[in-house]
Design a protein around this ligand. Structure first.
Ligand code: PMP
Length: 412
């Protein structure tokens, strides 16, 4: 039975049972319309209302400043790996193009620069910039990517520590800087946000991107330090299928235009597919195409926590602390994977060092857990071990049940 299970899956994650009950009823008959929420047109007033309420609730819960827009997109966090690159490059190149146009208009008696000269000029600028991640390597080639800090170099080839900011090799003029706030696989989280990425002033137009897939709604975010933040719904917000992008309005039209596709083509740079284009999403109120519309979690959070995300953050930290305390209390049985300085509150990853055979011990731990209704604890397939995903829907009593089992297992 549902009541007997406490699910610690890393994503998709559990959702509050009462939210699901409301959602189940809404799937059959939304607001007494005789039609389910998934059957109503995404162009209806009813859909527009749900979308507007969801954006307002999210802005309220996270204190999103009015200078940011909220886009609802599809394609998950993985879609955003591409979207952030395509869009940032296009915006960055267009900024350069506008700057060149402005300068040459002043410099050459109001005569416009020829297209060929523009391409030449832009090529030079593009060549010493444009940075990002693995997807950027795939889309653009390795020469455009600068890994600012490689955790593996300071923790035995693993992602167990975050290199000190003073050691980072930031590029002078990056097209975008990318930071994953919580690394879901190894359970590594930034204890605080990097100082070096804070804007130097209102004119600082660096594009700083934050992947908040696994910690959104669990922690106060200094939103103004980011140009855009993205996350999939499936861990803390709802069911999988939608992705949220919180983006500075100054990166969207009319302030920032994407670079004309013809120019990107000439430069040999990729043109964003329309479905992940931020300008298109913004101009169409996130309804460029059919969208999955489904929202209940924020309503419950807002009703539960008068101090909004700060209230949820206190609970999230308290739950994580209880688990780490037990792990630390049995150092001969359990070993937390990442360094103490960067332990994730959301994905608590540990190995079993009891006895000689780690695999056997972990298998026994997982089997015993399932017998007690504690599911979803197996670590990510790429690293193994145990992973306790402590998202918002995991209750404090659920955590108590887990730690009771962890103590029992350790003592056996
Ligand atoms: N970023 C992080 C931090 C994640 O944890 C995940 C998925 N677990 C993703 C991105 C990818 O998200 P999606 O599955 O929505 O593509």
């Amino acid at each position: 039975k549902r009541e007997d299970i406490i699910h610690f899956g890393a994503g998709p994650a559990s959702l509050p049972s009462d939210v699901l009950a409301t959602a189940a009823a809404a799937l059959q008959n939304y607001d007494d319309t005789g039609l389910g929420v998934a059957e109503h047109s995404h162009r209806s007033g009813l859909a527009a209302n749900i979308l507007a309420t969801m954006k307002a609730d999210l802005a309220n819960f996270l204190d999103i400043p009015p200078s940011y827009d909220i886009l609802i997109m599809q394609g998950g966090g993985s879609g955003q790996f591409d979207a952030t690159i395509y869009n940032s490059i296009s915006i960055w190149v267009e900024r350069q193009r506008q700057e060149i146009l402005k300068n040459t208009r002043i410099g050459v008696n109001g005569k416009e620069i020829s297209e060929d000269d523009m391409v030449k000029e832009l090529r030079q600028r593009v060549e010493w910039s444009l940075k990002a991640s693995k997807e950027a390597v795939r889309l653009l080639g390795p020469e455009y990517v600068n890994i600012v800090a490689d955790a593996r170099k300071i923790s035995d080839g693993k992602f167990g520590k975050i290199p000190d900011e003073s050691t980072w090799t930031l590029s002078r003029k990056p097209a975008m800087v990318y930071l994953c706030e919580n690394e879901t696989v190894d359970g590594v989280e930034w204890p605080s946000f990097p100082k070096v990425l804070e804007p130097t002033g209102p004119d600082d137009d660096h594009i700083i991107v934050g992947d908040f897939s696994s910690t959104i709604l669990t922690r106060r975010i200094p939103i103004k330090n980011f140009s855009l933040i993205f996350f999939g719904a499936q861990k803390n917000l709802g069911i999988t299928g939608i992705t949220i992008v919180i983006i500075k309005k100054s990166l969207l039209p009319p302030v920032s235009a994407p670079c004309p596709p013809a120019m990107l083509r000439k430069l040999g740079l990729p043109i964003s597919p329309i479905i992940i284009d931020y300008a298109a999403a913004a101009q169409n109120n996130s309804l460029y195409n059919t969208l999955s519309i489904f929202e209940q979690v924020l309503k419950k959070l807002l009703a539960t926590f008068p101090d909004k995300v700060d209230g949820q953050q206190v609970v999230a930290e308290r739950k994580a602390k209880v688990v780490y305390e037990v792990l630390d209390a049995y150092p001969t049985i359990y070993k937390v994977v990442p360094d103490k300085s960067v332990r994730s509150r959301m994905n608590i990853c540990f190995r079993m060092i009891k006895g000689g055979n780690v695999d056997e011990a972990e298998k026994a731990f997982l089997e015993g857990a399932v017998e007690r209704g504690l599911t979803g604890l197996k670590g990510h397939r790429s690293v193994g071990g145990i992973r306790v995903s402590n998202y918002n829907a995991v209750s404090e009593s659920g955590i108590e049940k887990l730690v009771a089992y962890m103590k029992e297992f350790a003592a056996a």
